[in-house]
Design a protein around this ligand. Structure first.
Ligand SMILES: CC(C)(COP(=O)(O)OP(=O)(O)OC[C@H]1O[C@@H](n2cnc3c(N)ncnc32)[C@H](O)[C@@H]1OP(=O)(O)O)[C@@H](O)C(=O)NCCC(=O)NCCS
Length: 421
């Protein structure tokens, strides 16, 4: 059925079954670019977007990632969405996942449920193509929470002068790489690191273009499998020395981690200050001599401000039994799930030994789809968004056996998806 938006009036909710969502065609590029220019003002002009879509030069792909909500065969483009095909590493396992981006609805058609309906349709498309998880950076967590996404990650942003870092040993072995060395070493270094970096996605050449930028700085210590590296960008700081924003740290051992920090501690003549986005598990406040954000007053009694918390991304389970099968299930594990948008995930599930072929494998079997009885919301059924957040954080070990065997870099299994989209 085709949705006739002309027959709708503002405030009148359309029937989601009427939505026409289709892959973008060449004729959609310009209207989509205009829609996204209006929806995300100040990012980049419509012509630049259109060119990137046509040539497929965006970090995660071109037109093939775009989906359109339209008002019939000759109707206007009313909404757009990008569904990126990713491979995401959870607890060391590479899993097919969809990166959701650029959800937008024409301003004339907002607040009628079209955005949610388009995203719901996108989730169904993603599940049907075999993806197990969807991931996005939210503009409003509540909006995506209602659509089944749970918060997965967090960074603590510290700002400090180099002298605040202890002069850890190993700094002499740290080298700043040339542009060519960055390109030669870092993608391969990252590829090895994905196995121990929970949440990281497999990256191709398009996700490494920032290594060629003039403002990129990569410091590296050690060789081969033992190497550790940080990737940073140099930011101008009018009237002062530039500052250094550390975007990514890829280290497996505490020695290389400390060597890089020791090197940074000596850079007082190069950088005015450093911005470091730490994973909570780094306990970075324990590293700094004076872990207090410069220029901030005490907010409450004797407490001081130390870091800014950055939250995101959000993750959603698309296919619970398949995901649990990949991550490993405890025999007898059980969970009752409510997922109105992807009802294949709803029901009461139990870890059962596979009956066939004498296998010792355990899979998640649906005991009943009916959760209306004792398992209604509020009576024990977990909303899929809540389960998604818990599961990705490894806080549901019965459904994530892999989380127990996972050897995380530095022993820190915090989720660390990079904000490339
Ligand atoms: C975000 C965006 C896609 C939402 O589109 P939309 O069609 O308005 O989305 P919905 O109608 O599903 O939901 C929007 C709000 O309207 C409410 N709503 C939904 N149907 C409604 C109806 N029939 N009547 C009144 N309100 C309704 C929703 O509850 C929601 O409320 P909230 O803001 O408190 O969460 C749109 O605002 C947009 O394009 N924004 C700019 C781009 C952007 O920020 N994209 C997200 C990137 S992460």
């Amino acid at each position: 059925m085709t949705l006739d938006l002309n027959s709708l009036r503002p405030g009148e909710a359309p029937d989601p079954a009427d939505l026409r969502v289709r892959p973008a065609e060449p004729r959609d590029i310009e209207p989509l670019a205009r829609l996204w220019d209006v929806a995300f003002p100040g990012e980049r002009p419509a012509e630049v977007r259109a060119k990137a879509l046509e040539e497929g030069t965006d970090a995660l792909g071109g037109r093939e990632t775009c989906w359109v909500l339209d008002a019939g065969p000759d109707g206007p483009v009313v909404g757009g969405l990008r569904l990126y095909e990713l491979e995401m590493h959870l607890f060391g396992q590479p899993l097919p996942a969809t990166g959701v981006g650029a959800l937008a609805i024409d301003p004339a058609w907002r607040e009628q449920g079209l955005g949610s309906a388009l995203l719901r349709r996108g989730l169904r498309i993603a599940r049907d193509r075999g993806d197990l998880l969807a991931v996005l950076y939210p503009m409003r967590t509540g909006y995506y929470g209602r659509l089944g996404f749970g918060l997965a990650g967090e960074l603590h942003r510290f700002r400090f002068t180099p002298e605040e870092l202890p002069p850890f040993p190993g700094a002499d072995a740290v080298r700043v790489l040339s542009r060519q060395e960055r390109m030669d070493h870092i993608p391969e270094h990252y590829r090895r690191f994905t196995a121990s970096g929970h949440g990281l996605i497999t990256r191709g050449p398009r996700q490494w273009r920032h290594l060629e930028a003039d403002d990129c700085l990569v410091a590296r210590v050690g060789e081969g499998d033992e190497a550790g590296a940080l990737v940073a960008s140099v930011q101008p700081n009018p009237g002062h020395l530039p500052s250094l924003h550390v975007r990514e740290v890829m280290v497996d051992t505490h020695d290389t981690y400390r060597a890089l920090l020791g090197w940074l501690s000596r850079q007082g003549e190069a950088w005015d200050h450093i911005v470091w986005d730490a994973l909570p598990g780094e306990k970075f406040e324990q590293v700094l001599r004076h872990p207090r954000l410069p220029g901030t007053p005490n907010r409450r009694g004797l407490w001081f401000e130390s870091a800014t918390i950055l939250r995101g991304p959000m993750v959603r389970i698309l296919n619970l039994p398949a995901l649990a099968g990949r991550l490993g299930v405890e025999p007898g594990a059980s969970v009752t799930v409510l997922d109105p948008d992807l009802p294949d995930n709803s029901g009461h599930w139990q870890g059962e030994r596979a009956p066939s072929s004498g296998s010792i494998g355990v899979h998640l079997a649906r005991v009943t789809e009916d959760i209306s009885g004792g398992a209604a919301p509020g009576a024990g059924a977990l909303p899929i968004g809540f389960l998604s957040g818990l599961l990705v954080q490894g806080a549901y070990p019965a459904l994530t056996r892999a989380s127990e065997d996972f050897e995380a870099a530095l022993g820190i299994s915090d989720f660390r998806l990079w904000d490339v989209f």
